[in-house]
Design a protein around this ligand. Sequence first.
Ligand code: GRF
Length: 266
Amino acid sequence: MERTIRIGALISGGGTNLQAIIDACEAGRIDGRVVFVGSDKAGVKGLERARKHGIPSFVVDYGQIIRRYRQDPQCLEAPEDFDLEDCLARQSLFSGDTDPEKVKAFFVTRAVAEAALLNNIEPYAIDLLVLAGFMRNLTPYFIDRFNTDPDSPRIMNIHPALLPSFPGVDGYGDTYRYGCKVGGCTVHFIDYGEDSGPIIGQRAFAIEEGDDLDRVKEKGLEQEWQLYPECIQLFARGRLRTVKLTHKLDDGRVYRRTVVKILEEG
Ligand code: GRF
C-alpha cells in the first residue's frame, strides 16, 4: 500500500484553499489527508469547513495574546526556550530604525502564540504543514522547532502574486494597482523572510482591460485552487528536493539561492 501523508493546515479566514486541499485529498488527487485545521482567529469560515469534513480544529487567538501584551507586557511570559537575540539574528522583518520595544513585542507575542501552535500540532505527527490563507508571519522560534531538518523543509505557503514580485499581505491588490498585465500565484516553502522561500510552483493569468480588482482576485483564486493541491501532491510523492545553487556573475559576485528541484515520477 502506498503511503499517504498527514497534512496540518493553518488558516485565518474563508479557507477556500483549505477546501481545495481537502477536496483533492478526498478525490485521491493528493496522497494524503488533512488531520487538523488551526486558526489564529475564532469563528472563521474555514473552521466550519473543517467541521463539515470531520477534521479536528483548534484556535490560537493571536489577537488576544497581542492585546494582553499591550495592556501589561509583564503578564505574558515568553516560553522558557525563547531567545530574542537568536530570533533577531535570523529574521529581519523590521527596518533598523524600528522602535526596539515594538520589535520585542512582536517576537514575544509571536513566541507565545507559536508555542501554543506547536503544542496543538505536536500530537498529530504531521508530515507537512500548509499555510492556507494564514495571515501571520511565523518566526524562527516556530520554524526551527517544526522544520528540524533544514534540508527538508516542510512548511508550504500560497501567495497571491508571482513572487518575488509583491510579497506582503495584498498580492493581488499590489499586482492590480501596479498595472501588471499578468498576475499569478506562487506556492513556496517558507523560510525566515517574508514570502521569500524556495518556489515550488507558479501559475499566471492575463489581466484584461476592464478587469477590476475583484475579477483579478477571482481569476487568481481559481489558479490557487489548482496549484496548491498539485504542489502538495509533489511533496506527497517525494518529488521535491531543495538544492543550493551558486551562480557566478560577470562582475565576479556570487549569487547563492536555495531552489526547489522537481524530480521525475518514480
Ligand atoms: C488567498 O488569496 C491566499 O493566496 C492568501 O490569502 C487568500 C486566502 O484565501 N494567502 P482562502 O482563505 O484560502 O480563501
